[in-house]
Design a protein around this ligand. Structure first.
Ligand SMILES: CC(C)(COP(=O)(O)OP(=O)(O)OC[C@H]1O[C@@H](n2cnc3c(N)ncnc32)[C@H](O)[C@@H]1OP(=O)(O)O)[C@@H](O)C(=O)NCCC(=O)NCCS
Length: 289
């Protein structure tokens, strides 16, 4: 019999022993286990077989606005795949979300991970948007920029811009935080502005970027662009030049960009020296009743 239960402290080593070479680049579970284990608004699950062997795990978290439950870190021991263990974990995580009042579930899958894509689709999830991740080593400096940090007086203009933006709509109205995609609503915008994390081009606003200066998990000296929305290549130029100066002046370890996968952005990115590049699919499932 298979048992799915909340993780215990002592599960960690046995689980991590099969979460090492999951992908061509390794795995990240060792970096997040303690953080997920301690997280208040979530649940780390472990799957145990008859003989009490630990054979799978996953993590679920309720997003800050409470409406969406985020699914992540599904790992099934290679010897136990194709036995519907991941499917059972998905059911368990969706149950958790429902109990906590969520109305939909989301997850991100690498565009080359066909097993996982097929698993999500078989379980009723659909792709709502496509995202690119870039880790940039450098970009051309010293270009003129009319971009600036937004203030509270800009909120109405930014919100109006977003309502008409194709990118905002196509990106599923999400931004990224610690590899979770959250709803980018007016309340989130207000908080970003208060935290001085919104960069806009000069009036009239025709481009915005949301930045994060504190990285994620155990990597805190990373500058990230966690949402990018531009009406023209020129506005992209201005935003990127401004952020590049922040990056160089702030002595960050790296500059990461996570953005909706649009041609306008990706063609411009060719000017950067890119260390890593990956494409992701954002999946979503609405709960019925
Ligand atoms: C992806 C993964 C979680 C699937 O776990 P699993 O327990 O084998 O999946 P299930 O048995 O529940 O599969 C359910 C369905 O998903 C699809 N699927 C699962 N693995 C597949 C594979 N290797 N190739 C194609 N389709 C696959 C199938 O449609 C399958 O149904 P079927 O067997 O009736 O055809 C597992 O392969 C794994 O741990 N991979 C490495 C980590 C990973 O990629 N995690 C997900 C990150 S987003």
């Amino acid at each position: 019999m298979i048992t799915i239960r909340p993780a215990k402290k002592l599960d960690k080593d046995e689980i991590l022993s099969f979460c090492i070479n999951t992908f061509s680049w390794g795995d990240y579970i060792n970096r997040v286990w303690d953080y997920w284990y301690a997280e208040k608004n979530g649940q780390l699950f472990v799957v145990e077989s008859d003989g009490k062997k630990k054979i799978a795990m996953s993590h679920v978290a309720i997003c800050p606005e409470g409406k969406v439950v985020w699914l992540e870190g599904i790992r099934v021991h290679p010897d136990h795949r194709r036995s519907y263990i991941a499917t059972m974990l998905l059911t368990k995580m969706l149950e958790f979300g429902r109990r906590k009042g969520a109305r939909e579930a989301s997850a991100i899958v690498d565009a080359t991970n066909f097993a996982s894509q097929s698993m999500m689709e078989k379980n009723g999830f659909r792709v709502v948007s496509r995202w690119m991740y870039y880790n940039a080593l450098s970009t051309p400096r010293d270009q003129e920029s009319n971009a600036r940090i937004a203030n509270v007086d800009d909120i109405d203009d930014i919100w109006q811009y977003l309502q008409q933006s194709k990118i905002y709509c196509l990106s599923g109205k999400r931004y990224v935080k610690s590899w979770r995609w959250y709803m980018f609503d007016r309340r989130a915008l207000l908080n970003f502005v208060k935290e001085e994390r919104v960069i806009v081009t000069s009036l009239p606003i025709d481009g915005i970027a949301i930045i994060n200066k504190h990285g994620y998990w155990d990597r805190t000296n990373i500058l990230q662009i966690v949402y990018l929305d531009i009406a023209s290549v020129s506005s992209l130029h201005h935003l990127v030049s401004f952020i590049m100066n922040l990056y160089l002046d702030g002595k960050f370890d790296s500059l990461q960009l996570v953005c909706y996968n649009s041609k306008q952005v990706t063609s411009f990115i060719d000017k950067f020296v890119i260390k890593e590049e990956e494409q992701f699919l954002l999946y979503n499932k609405q709960f019925t009743s």
